[in-house]
Design a protein. Structure first.
Length: 202
């Protein structure tokens, strides 16, 4: 079987099961938004490409424009609901490389109601460089992309070969280091709260 076809057949985001935790919060032409499994923090969402691609850097121009609009939409929505903007990040995978921080090789952006206590240390430790969001489309290697709650975008191509890297960073800060793995801990209480908080998104 072709490697790409196999990944699509096995892909969690290409074959969403009809479960409460997969409730679609928002849907557009090219994307949908669902609560994240492993939501150790309430109001934790995933923005997912409907098309099976490895990272948002592979989006076509029209898809990327819609992606930016949804990022802005949810930034404003969080600010209105929770009085602060979210952070967002993506563990971008390249179809040509095996090493990645992503545990699901289908493009998805994490949207989280959280502020890092020492964001500059995170940026320095992961050797992140500030970029414009449009520059993401120029990236052809595995990356970690980060949007701060101040709206600035950062990227690194030089990061530890650790799955769920950014989730680990957050879990460590909130004293839940052993709970970072979404495959082991769903946090259904937080997922249900997230669904309730975002049920009127249009």
């Amino acid at each position: 079987m072709d490697r790409e076809v196999k990944y699509m057949n096995d892909c969690k985001f290409c074959n969403i099961e009809n479960k409460k935790e997969n409730t679609i919060i928002y849907e557009s032409s090219y994307f949908y938004v669902i609560p994240s499994l492993g939501a150790f923090i309430p109001n934790y969402l995933l923005l997912i490409s409907k098309k099976h691609i490895y990272s948002m850097s592979e989006l076509e121009n029209v898809e990327f424009e819609e992606y930016k609009k949804i990022v802005n939409k949810f930034t404003k929505n969080y600010e209105g609901k929770f009085n602060r903007k979210p952070i967002m990040f993506e563990h971008g995978s390249s179809s040509k490389e095996e090493h990645s921080a992503s545990s699901v090789t289908h493009a998805h952006l994490h949207i989280i109601d959280y502020n890092f206590k020492d964001e500059q240390k995170l940026i320095n430790d992961l050797k992140m460089q500030e970029i414009k969001i449009e520059e993401l489309k120029n990236i052809t290697k595995n990356y970690v992309f980060y949007i701060s709650n101040n709206g600035k975008c950062y990227i690194t191509l030089d990061f530890p070969s650790v799955s769920q890297l950014m989730r680990i960073k957050i879990a460590e800060e909130i004293g839940m280091k052993d709970k970072y793995n979404w495959k082991k801990d769903k946090f259904m209480k937080n997922i249900n709260l997230t669904i309730e908080n975002f049920k009127k998104i249009k």
